[in-house]
Ligand binder design. Structure first.
Ligand SMILES: [Zn+2]
Length: 209
C-alpha cells in the first residue's frame, strides 16, 4: 500500500509526475479536478451536486470534495494505494483528509517563483476536458488543439503573469503551515522541481525510498 500526496505550487509539474508515479507503482492517480469531473460525468448524486457548483464557476465545498474522495478511495483499484495531486491545499483539508485515510509520504515540489511564472505563461488548457498542456515541455500533437477532443486550447486568465503572482502568494500563505504540519509528522520529502520531467521523476523516486 502506497498512499502518497504531492504538494507544490501551480506549475511545479505535480500532475505530470503524479501520472508517471501512479503508472510505475500500479496505484491510482487522483487529482481533485479530474475526480470531480468524473463524478459529474457518472451522474452519481454526489457528482451531480458537485456539477451544480462547477457550472456556476464556484468552488466545490470541502465537505463535498471529501465525500467524493472517500467514495473513490473505496473502489477496488484504489486498494493498492494512490497518488493524490492538488489536495490538501491547507491545514484544515489535511486534517479532514486524515479522517478518511492515512498518508505514507508527502512529496513537496520546490521551485523558484521566477521559474514558475515562466512555465505558467506557456500553459494552455482545454475548456472542454480540462487537459493541461505546456507549449515548451508538453505541447499538444496538433498545435493549439486538445489531443483528446480537438478543442481549441486557451490561456486561462489565471495563468497570466499578474494573476500567477497573486495565486502563488495565496498558495504560499495556505501551504507553508501545511508543510510544517507534515514535516512535524515526519512525512515530508522535499524535491527540486527544476529540470526535465525525467530528472524530477528520478528525484521523486529517490525521495520515496
Ligand atoms: Zn480536451
Amino acid at each position: 500500500m502506497r498512499r502518497i500526496v504531492l504538494l507544490g505550487p501551480p506549475g511545479a509539474g505535480k500532475g505530470t509526475q503524479a501520472k508517471r508515479l501512479a503508472t510505475d507503482l500500479g496505484i491510482v492517480h487522483l487529482s481533485t479536478g479530474d475526480l470531480l469531473r468524473a463524478a459529474a460525468a457518472r451522474g452519481t448524486s454526489l457528482g451531480r451536486e458537485a456539477d451544480g457548483y462547477m457550472r456556476q464557476g464556484l468552488l466545490v465545498p470541502d465537505a463535498l470534495v471529501l465525500r467524493i474522495l472517500r467514495e473513490r478511495l473505496a473502489a477496488p483499484d484504489a486498494q493498492r494505494g494512490f497518488v493524490l495531486d492538488g489536495y490538501p491545499r491547507n491545514v484544515a483539508q489535511a486534517h479532514s483528509l486524515a479522517e478518511i485515510t492515512p498518508i505514507d509520504h508527502v512529496v513537496y515540489f520546490e521551485i523558484p517563483e521566477s521559474a514558475l511564472v515562466e512555465r505558467l505563461s506557456q500553459r494552455r488548457s482545454c475548456p472542454t476536458c480540462g487537459a493541461v498542456y505546456n507549449l515548451v515541455t508538453q505541447p499538444p500533437r496538433t498545435p493549439g488543439r486538445c489531443d483528446r477532443d480537438g478543442t481549441t486550447l486557451v490561456q486561462r486568465s489565471d495563468d497570466e503573469e499578474g494573476a500567477v503572482r497573486t495565486r502563488l502568494a495565496v498558495y504560499r500563505q495556505a501551504t507553508l503551515p501545511l508543510l510544517d504540519l507534515y514535516r512535524t509528522q515526519g512525512r515530508l520529502r522535499t524535491v527540486s522541481a527544476g529540470g526535465t520531467v525525467e530528472e524530477v521523476d528520478a528525484r521523486v523516486r529517490a525521495s520515496l525510498r
